[in-house]
Ligand binder design. Structure first.
Ligand SMILES: C[S@@+](CC[C@H](N)C(=O)[O-])C[C@H]1O[C@@H](n2cnc3c(N)ncnc32)[C@H](O)[C@@H]1O
Length: 244
């Protein structure tokens, strides 16, 4: 849906800029001015369509970047290859899934301490990426039963490869919305503020009382964390710990 909206913004921007150029004779002589107008109009329309604010620079720069790249005369297979790589890494992002960002080693270390503190025997990571958390966890805590859920093809493949010798990790290639969280002592997620309401509902429905849900960086709206752990990594990550 957001991709369709983005295309519509670009299209409306382009048509409006062309019409403007045809009706304002001074503009016809300045190709780049028309290109800049197109970006400004597309960005403004994206706000009318209630697209997130970060779409604005994308709309502003899209046409200049496309024209600049086409001037470089790159082979066409390079565009196809780039598109394919982006698709397998950021699978589902256009549909609204969360893109890939990696947790720091400080997050992994803190999760190891939390698992020990909780005396947990099972751990699930929702959207495990390339294993920045589950791999160190599995290497240090042999007895912990770990499930890593990841849907995007390339991160999942890398995760599988990294976990190939780790017998205490099960890697599943499916949507986090399709996995059952009952019987899990500790669930960890690093997703997006957009999904925290929906995720909170799932956690409340499925996790057993007494178990722990830890969300990296994003809190669940209207929930009161039992504790918030502030890390001193580059992102100053906050871990919101919710006792069910
Ligand atoms: C912000 S990254 C976090 C990666 C990893 N957990 C870490 O901390 O390094 C979010 C991950 O969730 C995955 N993801 C997003 N939506 C998903 C879904 N519906 N089901 C499974 N994985 C999903 C993305 O592919 C991405 O790898």
């Amino acid at each position: 849906m957001s991709l369709l909206k983005a295309l519509a913004c670009q299209g409306i921007g382009l048509i409006t800029a062309i019409l403007l150029a045809r009706n304002v004779p001074q503009l016809v002589f300045s190709f780049w001015l028309v290109v800049i107008f197109q970006g400004i109009i597309a960005a403004a329309i994206s706000r009318l369509f209630h697209q997130a604010i970060w779409w604005m620079p994308i709309h502003l720069l899209f046409l200049p970047a496309a024209l600049g790249l086409s001037a470089l005369d790159l082979p066409s297979w390079l565009y196809l290859l780039t598109l394919l790589v982006l698709i397998v890494v950021f699978w589902g992002t256009a549909k609204g899934d969360v893109p890939l960002f990696l947790s720091s080693s400080a997050v992994a270390e803190t999760m190891i301490s939390l698992v020990k503190q909780e005396n947990a025997d099972s751990f699930v990571e929702l959207g495990a990426g390339v294993g920045s958390v589950v791999v160190p966890l599995a290497k240090r805590l042999f007895l912990l039963n770990i499930t890593a859920i990841e849907r995007a093809p390339l991160p999942w493949l890398i995760l599988r490869w990294r976990c190939r010798l780790l017998t205490n990790v099960t890697v599943q290639n499916k949507s986090l919305w399709d996995c059952d969280l009952a019987n899990q002592k500790l669930v960890f997620a690093f997703l997006s503020p957009l999904f925290m309401d929906q995720l909170g509902e799932k956690i409340r429905r499925e996790m057993h009382p007494g178990s722990l849900f830890v969300s990296s960086s994003f809190s669940v709206p209207d929930w009161h964390p039992e504790s918030v752990i502030q890390l001193s990594d580059r992102r100053k990550t906050k871990l919101y710990c919710y006792r069910i």
